[in-house]
Unconditional design. Structure first.
Length: 314
């Protein structure tokens, strides 16, 4: 059997840095908790409530990060063994993302875990020559991922001048009757939410994906994600390297609303019906020109009132 390489060593520095960052976050959170409690001399009940609040805030932040990692990890794992650098770059967070380094480090860790699992398989005497060949292809692919991520992290550490990254394209998904669903959605949403929706859709365009979360694998929305802010959601999915489909937008009133869940699942089913045609039409100039008109209409609806704010619009 061919010798295996200890690829884990390749990611040692990145993993150590991730541990240091987690330690710094924990220390900061403990200090915030202490300062909150030091503002006055509270009762035991108040102190207990304060501690519970801090723990809840920490858990929310941790869950939010795991949701973001899951979004990127889904595409990361789906890369073929002969992926190109362009394909890998397309599914990584943009450098302007506030958690850019943390997410890249986490993806590296996932590659390390994959390599360790494959290495353990290779130690099995029952592995056939064909299985061994597959294992080495997987290991080589994960090695390439780690090397590419390392190069991105080194660029970030050196604070090299960042060339303005290209923005993603968006396609507005129609209903089965041909209307643009997100435009129909906005007709029934109070305008005071429009600033928030503009920010969420802009985050899809600039690749930062604000508050991104994938839907559960046991729903009709498997493989579909949402970006979110307080009460508002925009549901979307990836059509190609740099093109994302905007499926629907809504104000979320409760997590346990049966009608809400049914409506969202129905929209997911409808999208699946349209998805093959949408992907096919990405190279259709007439379709894309019509889509651009709808996108411009979307931005016009969401346009801020002030002139200064309008100039910042995507």
């Amino acid at each position: 059997m061919a010798n295996t390489i200890d690829y884990e060593q390749m990611c040692k520095d990145e993993l150590l840095e991730l541990e240091k960052q987690e330690q710094r976050v924990n220390e900061t959170q403990r200090e915030i908790s202490r300062l909150k409690l030091d503002k006055k001399t509270p009762s035991k009940e108040v102190m207990k409530e304060a501690r519970q609040t801090v723990v809840q805030e920490e858990q929310i932040e941790e869950d939010s990060f795991e949701d973001e990692v899951a979004f990127y990890l889904n595409s990361y794992r789906q890369l073929s063994e002969d992926f190109s650098e362009e394909e890998l770059r397309a599914i990584l967070p943009k450098k302007k993302h506030p958690k850019y380094k943390d997410i890249l480090l986490r993806l590296s860790l996932e590659s390390v875990k994959e390599i360790k699992e494959v290495t353990n398989m290779l130690r099995d005497n029952d592995v056939t020559d064909e299985e061994e060949e597959i294992c080495f292809k997987v290991m080589d692919a994960e090695k390439r991922k780690i090397e590419f991520i390392r190069s991105r992290l080194v660029q970030s550490e050196k604070q090299e001048e960042i060339v303005e990254e290209e923005k993603n394209n968006i396609v507005l998904v129609p209903t089965l009757s041909g209307n643009i669903r997100v435009l129909d959605d906005l007709e029934h949403i109070p305008s005071e939410y429009y600033d928030g929706f503009r920010e969420l859709i802009s985050s899809i365009v600039d690749g930062t994906f604000k508050g991104v979360k994938m839907f559960a694998s046991n729903s009709q929305l498997f493989g579909i994600s949402e970006v979110k802010a307080f009460k508002i959601r925009v549901v979307f999915t990836r059509l190609s390297n740099d093109t994302y489909a905007i499926i629907t937008a809504f104000v979320k009133k409760t997590d346990k609303d049966k009608l809400y869940n049914e409506s969202l699942n129905n929209k997911g089913r409808e999208y699946r019906t349209l998805e093959p045609k949408l992907k096919e039409n990405l190279n259709n100039r007439e379709f894309m020109e019509e889509n651009e008109k709808s996108v411009q209409q979307l931005w016009n609806i969401l346009a801020p009132k002030s002139e200064a704010a309008r100039k910042e619009l995507v």
